[in-house]
Write a protein that binds this ligand. Structure first.
Ligand code: SF4
Length: 153
């Protein structure tokens, strides 16, 4: 049994983003891995019960706030817990997640001002997965991620 990779659902053509769209139809390498049954997709925000579309949210001082000022921290934390449980149940030790998201971001997130400014940081899912030893790559690191995947299989 080969290891599998957790991938943000919006990176594989699923229209689950806050704006009702997907982020990518799917990078060729990811589509190949998916066809081989080596990918598990999840949208943690939808898994936590949020609808599509939904208001944009950003992290400010550790809290997740919608652009309307609603505090969504508990919901986003629940989504992160669901992602962690899924990885643990399936013995998944690596993930490729959507950059810049308050859930899935791994190198950059928006700064909480809803002005499009990015800062170094990670989303709730990435933070929790990393705390539990799961290696998280972004969609900008697919070649590195695939190389790493070969080393663990
Ligand atoms: Fe994509 Fe993650 Fe946002 Fe869901 S929570 S839309 S998977 S970036």
């Amino acid at each position: 049994q080969k290891h599998q990779i957790l991938v943000s659902a919006c990176l594989l053509g699923q229209a689950v983003r806050y704006d009702g769209r997907y982020a990518s139809r799917g990078h060729k390498r990811l589509l190949d891995l998916q066809a081989a049954g080596l990918i598990v997709t999840l949208c943690p925000e939808m898994a936590a019960g949020l609808p599509v579309p939904r208001p944009p949210a950003e992290i400010y001082r550790g809290q997740v706030l919608s652009d309307q000022g609603e505090n969504l921290t508990d919901t986003f934390d629940r989504g992160a817990e669901i992602a962690l449980k899924l990885c643990q149940n399936k013995k998944i030790t690596m993930a490729i997640l959507k950059e810049n998201s308050p859930s899935c971001g791994s190198s950059f997130i928006y700064d909480g001002q809803f002005k499009g400014n990015k800062i170094r940081g990670a989303g709730k899912v990435t933070d929790l997965l990393r705390t539990h030893g799961i290696t998280v790559f972004s969609e900008d690191q697919i070649e590195e991620a695939c190389h790493y995947f070969e080393t663990i299989n």
